[in-house]
Write a protein that binds this ligand. Structure first.
Ligand code: NAD
Ligand code: ZN
Length: 254
């Protein structure tokens, strides 16, 4: 792997993007850190502070559900107002040119949609935390409604009005099945693009981390933009170990 200075790296990236008919971005928590949302695995990341609540615990205990919602409302106070960053805006600009048929994300923060992607073109591998659904009948609930019930009951998470099922943020927890349609769509996008850009992911969470490999095997050029090294750096065509905002801001439409 050859290390380029930032300017050269950006020029190479621009060339790859220009030559490509289709570009598929694959994003992780690193694209949202400049928006004030911490990632999981950087020093000071969320995992260094608290253990995740696994899906099995969520369905097994009211206490775990209450704790999970308590954390979610605390997060809302800290990150609820987060706005798209330079990385999000650059990808949205590229999307508007028609080069991006769909974006694959591990993020749950809805910021790709906020930045201009049509919801149908955002493939969310780990779901979305800005709304909730009933685990049994899939009825959608808004956080404000849940928060009101939660407060009125002294901190008990409410159950589904239609079927009594448990209401959970529309995210995929550890131990929960991956969304099949999203996995199929991500696979198809990875297999058919000319350039696959893994941005801000430590590439250690499986099965999501398999998509860069799938894309590379199917003949795409693989670009990795991440501050830290990843296990896939060796097979990538271009690796940029730098700040995502700095690397992608030249792609924001002027
Ligand atoms: P991760 O925390 O494992 O890795 C993030 C990577 O981004 C790190 O390697 C870090 O060095 C890099 N990074 C952080 N800020 C950067 C910047 N400004 N420029 C360049 N690189 C930067 O995240 P992951 O791979 O996405 O896996 C964590 C899982 O947690 C995801 O699957 C996702 O579901 C979830 N998550 C989502 C959010 C969110 O929605 N914003 C936040 C935290 C975690
Ligand atoms: Zn229900």
């Amino acid at each position: 792997m050859i290390a380029f200075d930032l300017e050269t790296a950006i020029r190479r990236l621009r060339d790859l993007v220009e030559e490509a008919r289709t570009v598929v971005p694959f994003t992780g928590a690193g694209i949202s850190t400049e928006c004030g949302i911490p990632d999981f695995r950087s020093p000071g990341g969320i995992w260094t502070k608290m253990r995740p609540i696994e899906f099995g615990d969520f369905v097994a205990s009211q206490e775990a559900r209450d704790e999970s919602w308590r954390r979610r409302f605390a997060m809302e106070e800290q990150f609820g107002g987060a706005k798209p960053g330079r990385g999000h805006r650059a990808l949205a600009a590229l999307y508007k040119t028609g080069k991006i048929p769909g974006i694959i994300t591990q993020n749950i923060d809805n910021l790709h949609q906020t930045s201009g992607f049509l919801p149908g073109d955002v493939v969310e591998l780990h779901g979305n935390t800005t709304y909730a659904t009933c685990l049994d009948c899939a009825k959608r609930y808004e956080l404000a409604w849940i928060k009101e019930r939660f407060a009125a009951s002294g901190g008990q998470s409410p159950d589904c009005l239609s079927c009594g099922g448990y209401i959970k943020t529309a995210t995929v927890s550890f131990g929960q099945a991956m969304p099949e349609a999203a996995m199929r769509r991500a696979q198809a996008l990875a297999e058919s693009c000319d350039v696959f850009m893994a941005i801000g992911s430590s590439l250690v969470v499986w099965p999501a981390a398999g998509f860069p490999l799938t894309a590379k095997r199917a003949g795409a050029r693989l670009v990795i933009i991440n501050r830290e090294a990843t296990e896939f750096d060796d097979i990538a065509d271009l690796v940029i170990h730098d700040d995502i905002g700095a690397v992608l801001s030249p792609f924001i439409a002027h």
